[in-house]
Design a protein around this ligand. Structure first.
Ligand SMILES: [Zn+2]
Ligand SMILES: [Zn+2]
Ligand SMILES: [Zn+2]
Ligand SMILES: [Zn+2]
Length: 440
């Protein structure tokens, strides 16, 4: 903190403003409740930061005429870590997480039917990550964005063709984003902030989930045992051939107490998921990019760069060769330079700053017209966050010809974060691939 305030001089004010914004956001978690729970010392520091922020904003307003440094605005970065406690990833702790199963914010009205499947192969979508991003407004006291995708690269390549169709009648996507938000008074969570020092059960119960994927609603019941629940016929079939054929008989004759109660909700939400194909589960830890602005030696940069992290130099060179023009090479160099400061980042969060997504290659970026209007209020969408391919490294996805891969996934959400009757509102993802020209 001291380094931030003492660094307040004419030259780096702009940097400082965004550093402070992110700092305040991460400290205050945007909730005055959290502030109340902080020690008086910390609270004082947050308030001092707020004052500095206000001062700086005034300064920035005067400076708005020259905006060249815009792309160097620091973002808020997300890193993955193995959770220290399993319970901390449960929905009542409002986690940001990647892999495993989603922690549904509204645990009852989970997306169903066509919404939950890949529009291309019709397999149920796999949970990629979720980000807790509340906004200081009555209706968005809790706010969570969820990203799902089909793990098939074949589908992602077809998704590319769909993505470039402007305003299609019926979008056909293999990547889907949902926004869920709740006011402070809601049927699922207490008004008070959760205590993060111990495990406590959620208030109320959620929908019964699929025994196979643990992700989607388990609306289909096995007709043999009348106990196993599935989201789809596909998952019922794969569960049957991977062992339910045998356990079904046992469940039928045992005096097993059925998990669901009469109204189709589960009293115990966390149960073992049968599928081994879910991506490994991580907590997403948030930090400021400005904390990584220190000088880096040449050696350090190359040792930690995305290249050595994620790919071999050889595949990277062939990738560079495949870039069509100097624009792509320039974008790539710029991207590498930004990422090298914190090469482990998997997520860049932008909503609360003036930062913009950084595109690894210049081809395959959307223009303004490629970003649709909000489905619900027809208002503009803004860039909420960007998912980097480093996540695939943590997920242990092989780097082979047909493996899932992307250069960047940028999530756009309704700028007003509007209310709609739908509990899970569709938002928009733009996927940039390394070689979008590759067709089937
Ligand atoms: Zn698919
Ligand atoms: Zn399922
Ligand atoms: Zn059964
Ligand atoms: Zn809207």
């Amino acid at each position: 903190m001291a380094d931030l305030t003492s660094a307040l001089n004419e030259d780096n004010r702009a940097d400082l403003v965004s550093a402070l914004k992110s700092k305040i956001q991460s400290l205050a978690g945007q909730h005055s409740d959290v502030l109340e729970n902080l020690s008086p010392n910390v609270r004082k520091r947050v308030e001092v930061l707020r004052e500095i922020q206000n001062d700086c904003e005034e300064v920035q307003d005067e400076d708005d005429d020259y905006d060249d440094e815009e792309e160097h605005e620091p973002a808020t970065l997300g890193f993955v870590e193995k959770p220290k406690n399993q319970w901390s990833l449960c929905r009542q702790y409002f986690p940001s997480k990647a892999g495993g199963v989603p922690a549904w914010l509204d645990p009852v009205n989970i997306p169903l039917g066509r919404t939950s499947v890949c529009d291309i192969c019709e397999e149920p979508l796999q949970f990629l990550l979720q980000v807790y991003a509340p906004i200081e407004k009555e209706t968005t006291f809790h706010r969570m964005l969820f990203v799902f995708m089909c793990p098939s690269m074949k589908c992602l390549l077809r998704d590319q063709h769909e993505q470039w169709k402007r305003h299609p009648e019926k979008p056909s996507r293999s990547v889907k984003v949902f926004r869920c938000q709740l006011p402070r008074d809601n049927p699922f969570y207490s008004r008070e902030c959760p205590q993060y020092n111990e495990s406590h059960p959620p208030v109320g119960s959620g929908a019964v989930l699929c025994d196979w994927c643990g992700t989607w609603k388990g609306d289909k019941i096995c007709s043999g045992c009348r106990q196993a629940r599935y989201c789809s016929e596909k998952h019922q079939v794969v569960s049957w051939s991977s062992g339910h054929k045998i356990t079904c008989q046992k469940m039928k004759v045992s005096s097993y107490v059925p998990r669901p109660n009469n109204n189709g909700t589960a009293s115990l939400e966390s149960h073992k998921v049968e599928s081994n194909n879910l991506w490994p589960e991580f907590e997403i830890i948030i930090e400021d990019e400005s904390e990584y602005n220190g000088d880096m030696s040449e050696d350090n940069t190359s040792a930690n760069s995305l290249i050595s992290r994620n790919r071999t130099d050889e595949t990277m060179n062939s990738l560079l060769d495949s870039f069509k023009g100097d624009d792509d090479k320039r974008s790539w160099a710029n991207f590498q330079e930004r990422i090298a400061k914190a090469p482990d980042q998997v997520l860049r969060y932008y909503r609360n700053s003036n930062a913009k997504p950084i595109w690894p290659i210049s081809s395959g970026r959307p223009s303004q017209a490629d970003i649709p209007k909000c489905n619900y209020c027809s208002g503009p969408m803004c860039c909420e966050f960007q998912i980097l391919p480093q996540l695939l490294y943590y997920f242990g996805v092989e780097n082979e010809v047909n493996s899932l891969d992307w250069a960047s996934i940028v999530v756009y959400a309704c700028e007003a974060s509007c209310e709609a009757t739908l509990p899970y509102k569709h938002e928009f993802a733009w996927v940039q691939l390394y070689s979008p020209s590759t067709t089937l």
